[in-house]
Design a protein around this ligand. Structure first.
Ligand code: SME
Length: 163
């Protein structure tokens, strides 16, 4: 495991391009899901200074439960289909919300949050959880975030036996 991550400055794409191989190396020899998710959240928070970033994990047929995260206190349980997270789970598809106040189904954990992206963690067609990222800027997330965060979420679960 590398002892440190090198953070570069540059475009969003350049930062992701630099970070993803480093995150892969970080996870390479660790099979514990929670340990990997904790470090992924820490690295992305430090690189992008997001308001909140973390994982919610599928713990039953109807509910997500809060997993490793970086940021303020957050709600611990989200029902399937509820909020941006529950919607991403139900649809098994990334949700990009440019203005959370215009998304009626949004669950507010922090009034400072203005925009959000939620990416499902999918393995063999099954959603295991979601990666949730909140920003205090409007319209902070775009197709570049979708591309790299989906790639990262695929890599987190691929070729690993976490359970
Ligand atoms: N806003 C999310 C809830 C989780 S918090 O943002 C940490 C949602 O609508 O599902």
């Amino acid at each position: 495991m590398p002892e440190q991550i090198t953070l570069i400055t540059g475009s969003k794409e350049e930062v992701y391009e630099s970070l993803l191989p480093q995150i892969e190396a970080l996870m390479e020899n660790e099979s514990d899901l929670i340990a990997c998710l904790g470090n992924v959240a820490a690295v992305l928070k430090n690189a992008f200074r997001h308001l909140w970033i973390g994982f919610y994990l599928v713990k039953s047929e109807s509910e997500l439960v809060l997993g490793p995260f970086q940021g303020s206190l957050a709600c611990t349980r989200i029902k399937k289909g509820k909020g941006v997270c529950g919607t991403a789970w139900e649809k098994a598809a990334t949700q990009i919300i440019p203005d959370v106040n215009n998304f009626p189904n949004h669950i507010c954990c922090d009034v400072r949050s203005r925009s959000e992206i939620v990416v499902p963690l999918i393995k063999n067609g099954e959603v295991w959880g979601v990666l949730d990222v909140d920003s205090d800027e409007l319209d902070r997330f775009d197709e570049t975030d979708r591309k790299y965060l989906e790639k990262l979420c695929n890599e987190i679960l691929s070729a690993k036996e976490y359970r």
